[in-house]
Design a protein around this ligand. Structure first.
Ligand code: NAD
Length: 353
């Protein structure tokens, strides 16, 4: 498997370096023959190539089997005409990575405000309220007068149908329960269409229990009793917000994995951002990126029917639980190690298991 590795900005290089240690260990233990091709994106690419991402890089990623994208300083990238392209949006749109799979679970040893839980947010990734990706050309936010802005949201049957299918297929491998999250009481047409398409897909999965929640009430339900949920499927913006909440409920934003998957390509990516406030101090938690790397291996294994990759993905998820319990982790989740040492300890643990 060939993986393009792009470390990113801020804490990205530190977290990615720890993740690459883990991928090397997984490759050795499970005989995956991983081939990692290191390149650049974000600020470093902007300085060297005049753009945060380039078409040459896209071609390389298209030819590879997977992409690991470090967190990017997205907020700094404001003007695409100056090469300041949001790399995350770029790859999601260009590779049609429509399903953002964000698991959240509690970890023994990490204190939380809630009961133990294990759920996955399945977020539509290519349309919705995201002004940078829901129109063919330009953006979908307009300054009508200096004091008036209109932001458009795009919802299509095709995107609702395919994200619903991802959620129900995932639920069949878990506890067979899908919760639909929407705002159909206000966005009657768009979220009405989302609900209709989800319910149509649900008919193909009669073993799966389906319920639905209005997004604002969902925030209360998920804080009150996250253990009620298994797979949650929703539109882009709601999923972005909800999945940060569920990751933080599990103990830390640094514990949330995130895979962006399409039919042909997939990209592992941390749930968090570039965290400039802690960059360069060897204190960032690398688990989010490590878990995402495990998800990428699992996705590849399922797609190519390669059990060793599926086993490696599962071993990375299991080793995270063991490492956190043993406090072989960064301080934000009760550990005592730096970012680099956390990656090294993780790699050793994975090899010894
Ligand atoms: P952030 O996620 O970078 O940080 C939020 C808070 O969580 C900060 O206090 C930070 O120190 C902490 N944190 C984040 N990751 C951590 C980790 N691995 N270990 C320990 N603590 C961690 O959000 P922000 O500060 O709002 O954004 C910073 C930059 O990241 C912005 O430019 C934003 O646009 C960008 N961003 C990028 C992505 C992405 O690349 N997918 C996602 C979100 C934000």
């Amino acid at each position: 498997m060939k993986i393009v590795v792009l470390p990113g900005d801020g804490i990205g290089p530190e977290c990615m370096s720890a993740t690459v240690d883990v991928l090397h260990a997984a490759s050795r233990r499970f005989k995956l023959d991983l081939d990692m091709d290191h390149d650049i994106a974000g600020h470093e690419s902007l300085q060297r190539h005049g753009a945060t991402v380039t078409t040459a890089l896209l071609d390389k990623v298209k030819a590879a089997d997977g992409l690991m994208l470090g967190p990017m300083a997205t907020y700094d990238f404001k003007d695409e005409a100056k090469g300041e392209i949001n790399p995350s949006k770029f790859f999601r749109k260009e590779l049609d990575l429509y399903a953002n799979i964000r698991p959240s679970r509690t970890f023994p040893g990490v204190p939380t405000r809630v009961e133990p839980f294990d759920l996955v947010v399945v977020r539509e990734n290519t349309e919705g309220f995201y002004a940078d990706r829901n129109v063919e050309s330009g953006g979908s936010e307009m300054l009508i007068t200096p004091d008036v802005v209109i932001s458009l949201r795009r919802i299509t049957r095709q995107c609702c149908e395919r994200i619903a299918r991802s959620a129900f297929a995932l639920a069949m491998t878990r506890n067979r329960h899908v919760s639909l999250v929407h705002k159909a009481n206000v966005l009657k047409i768009g979220d009405g269409m989302f609900l209709d398409q989800c319910r149509l897909v649900a008919k193909e999965f009669p073993e799966v229990t389906v319920d639905d929640f209005i997004v604002d009430a969902m925030m209360a339900h998920v804080v009150r009793a996250p253990q009620r949920f298994d797979v949650i499927v929703t539109t882009n913006m709601f999923g972005d917000i909800l999945s940060d909440l569920t990751a933080e409920l599990s103990g830390s934003l640094g514990l949330g994995g995130s895979l962006n998957a399409g039919r042909e390509h997939a990209m592992g990516q941390a749930a968090h951002g570039s965290a400039p406030d802690i960059a360069g101090r060897n204190i960032a938690n690398p688990f989010s990126l490590i878990l995402s790397a495990g998800q990428l291996l699992g996705w590849y294994g399922q797609r190519k029917n390669l059990p060793a990759f599926v086993a490696a993905g599962q071993a990375i998820a299991d080793t995270t639980v063991a490492a956190v319990a043993a406090q072989e982790a960064t301080r934000d989740v009760g550990g005592r190690l730096g970012t680099a040492e956390t990656g090294q300890a993780f790699a050793r643990r994975l090899l010894e298991a």
